[in-house]
Design a protein around this ligand. Structure first.
Ligand code: F6P
Length: 548
């Protein structure tokens, strides 16, 4: 691809650049008075309500962004993804996480083969296995039923399942199905994380699920060996067969590790790690905890958004609108970060998951054809549930840097509390903040009260700070699936518009190979007293201190 075909060289991009000057003359304080404008910036789908009227944008901004989508061939790129074309060109792979939650009778092909039957073969196997596990017919080495699960994995093999588990943990339906079981995660190679994951658990009643797409990730394999040792030292090496199962695309390495291939749950190289929560990566541990029928609802929720994303016109399409607005904020208004602010404690692990989905996908410096990008792509995602975040980093958002915010609210709480004598329920109190914050950011505050002159600049809020509000009817397995898919597709839309490959992650490889070099050196120094060689002065000095 010649640099002339970069998206920034198209007319719609240039037009949007020029349009920034017009938008800079507006203020959300005024834009919010235009009811017709606000009406046109609200979209509803399947009880999900998106209000993007607090974006620094006018109706014609949207028109121009839609023209940009056309210039970027967004529709064609979405189709190519759903058609199983190898859009992850640097790894020569399809990108088909949508197939993981497709209904049984759907046809989605990769390399000329319908992959949906394979997907359902694994889902059926999970259903059957989790049934045996949960009913107590699968017993451990000492004949006891297994009640607890430790899922060992990192990155995409951890963050998505953790997010979904945390969201379901307080859902009444999920609580009823969990029946006192425990699901824990072990991700960090830090021995502290090992201790946290097994403290209080009995190996006799614990199942370890090793989750790794490649089955080579250093942290996961060391943690897997550590828990294998925990089991075999307590119950004997033969116990591994009954207390360890695996999820991977590399079934040969699973077997080499000592896990019975019958107890391995496959997925495929057309599933990117960070997009794998709907594969056995998430479905197995979550089904062991909550039962397959609950997890199936999660898959259905994600699938409903896949359908919406694929078939809805762009100006009513939730992931497309969100993706277009993200690109507007990052590449045109120059706001590189985004805060993900769920007003729902059950979504506390949503931002960490989306951080990986977004930043590992779109943190790229070259176009899909390898041409250096003359503009910034990717965004810096972070977040915390409200209201906690309000007492932490919101100061910067209100009066410091401009950070577009995603406010996510839930109409009906999983755990309603009404205290006698209080003005509102605890949930209404939470949601009062959900409604107040976007306006505080949009309007700001001009001082009307009497304050000493020197305090005026400190107590003034400039406002004009953009946000979106997304209201979910309730938080359950189905809507958690929807939320996940909206954000997955939003990230894809951004990448398609920027013209990058959102589905590879070469940038994480360098650190891994340098760690290998350090590991060798630490071993040689500790066991043979070898001097530290081959590192720069700084690294060598700190390593020496560490070894001392
Ligand atoms: O962090 C890089 C990465 O490759 C992620 O993309 C992936 O989700 C994670 O490592 C774990 O990889 P695996 O599932 O192969 O252990």
């Amino acid at each position: 691809m010649a640099s002339s075909t970069l998206i920034c060289n198209t007319e719609p991009w240039k037009d949007l650049k020029a349009h920034v000057e017009e938008i800079k003359k507006t203020h959300l304080r005024d834009l919010m008075n235009d009811t017709e404008r606000c009406k046109s910036m609200m979209v509803e789908f399947d009880e999900l309500f998106l209000d993007y009227s607090r974006q620094c944008a006018q109706k014609d901004t949207l028109d121009k962004l839609l023209e940009l989508a056309e210039a970027a061939q967004l529709k064609q790129k979405i189709n190519r993804m759903f058609n199983g074309e190898h859009i992850n060109s640097t790894e020569d792979r399809s990108v088909l996480h949508v197939a993981l939650r497709a209904p049984r009778d759907k046809v989605i092909s990769s390399d000329g083969k319908n992959v949906v039957p394979e997907v359902w073969k694994v889902l059926d196997k999970i259903n059957e296995f989790s049934e045996r596990f949960r009913s107590g017919s699968w017993v451990g080495e000492t004949g006891k039923a297994l009640t607890d699960v430790v899922a060992v994995g990192i990155g995409g093999s951890f963050l998505g399942p953790l997010f979904v588990h945390t969201a379901l943990q307080t859902d009444p339906e999920a609580i009823a199905s969990a029946k006192g079981r425990q699901l824990r995660f072990l991700a960090n190679v830090d021995p502290i994380d090992v201790a946290r994951s097994i403290t209080g658990l009995n190996p006799e009643t614990t199942l370890v699920v090793v989750v790794s797409k490649t089955f080579t990730t250093a942290e996961t394999m060391l943690n897997a060996r550590t828990l294998r040792e925990w089991i075999s030292s307590a119950l004997g090496p033969q116990a591994v067969a009954k207390h360890m199962v695996a999820v991977s695309t590399n079934l040969t390495l699973v077997e080499k590790f000592g896990i019975d291939p019958k107890n391995a749950f496959a997925f495929w190289d057309w599933v990117g790690g960070r997009y794998s929560v709907c594969s056995a990566v998430g479905v197995l541990p979550l089904s062991l905890q909550y039962g397959f029928s609950v997890v199936e609802k999660f898959l259905k929720g994600a699938s409903s958004i896949d359908e919406h994303f694929y078939s809805t016109q762009f100006d009513k399409n939730l992931p497309v609108l969100l993706g277009l607005l993200s690109v507007w904020n990052v590449s045109f208004l120059g706001y590189p970060a985004r805060a993900i602010l769920p007003y729902c404690q059950a979504l506390e692990k949503f931002a960490p998951h989306i951080q990986q989905v977004s930043m590992e996908s779109n943190g790229k410096g070259v176009s899909i054809d390898g041409v250096p990008l003359p503009f910034e792509a990717g965004e810096i995602d972070f977040g915390e549930p409200g209201t906690n975040g309000q007492h932490s980093f919101y100061q910067l958002i209100h009066q410091g840097r401009i950070i577009p915010c995603d406010f996510i609210g839930v109409a009906k709480s999983q755990q309603p509390v009404y205290l006698k004598g209080e003005m509102v329920s605890n949930h209404d109190e939470l949601m009062s903040n959900f409604f107040a914050q976007p306006d505080a950011l949009a309007y700001g505050k001009l001082l009307s009260e009497k304050v000493p002159k020197h305090l005026i600049p400190h107590k003034t809020f400039s406002g004009n700070r953009p946000s979106i509000s997304l209201l979910l009817p309730h938080l359950n397995a189905y809507t958690v699936g929807q939320l996940l898919a909206i954000y997955e597709h939003r990230v894809a839309v951004e990448g398609f518009l920027w013209g990058i490959n959102s589905f590879d992650q070469w940038g994480v490889e360098l650190g891994k190979s340098l760690a290998t070099q350090v590991r060798k050196q630490l071993n040689a120094s500790r066991t043979k007293g070898d001097p530290i060689e081959g590192f720069n002065y700084s690294t060598a000095t700190v390593m020496t201190k560490y070894l001392e």
